[in-house]
Ligand binder design. Sequence first.
Ligand SMILES: [Zn+2]
Length: 93
Amino acid sequence: MYVYLLHFNKPINPNRPAQHYLGFTKDLDERIREHRKGKGARLTQVATHRGISFKVAEVWKGDRCLEKQLKRQKNSRRFCPICNSNLLKKANI
Ligand SMILES: [Zn+2]
C-alpha cells in the first residue's frame, strides 16, 4: 500500500485554500491515472473540471494508518516537497 500526496497548482476553492490531497492506494499508477481523469476523489474531480493540474508531491510506503496519522496533522503543506522548496526559494536558502 502507498500513501500519496497530491499538490495542486492553484487552490481549488478560494474559501478553502487546500492545495493538497492525501490518499492511499494499492496501485499508485492506476490511482493517479484515475485522478487525472477526474475520478477517484471529489477534490480531483473539481480540480480537473476547473482545469487545475496537480503533481504527485510525495509517496510513502504505508497503509490507512499512516494516511490517518498524516491527515491528523492537518497541515499537508508540511509534508509537501513542492511547497517546501518554494518556501526555501523565498527564504533564499
Ligand atoms: Zn504542496
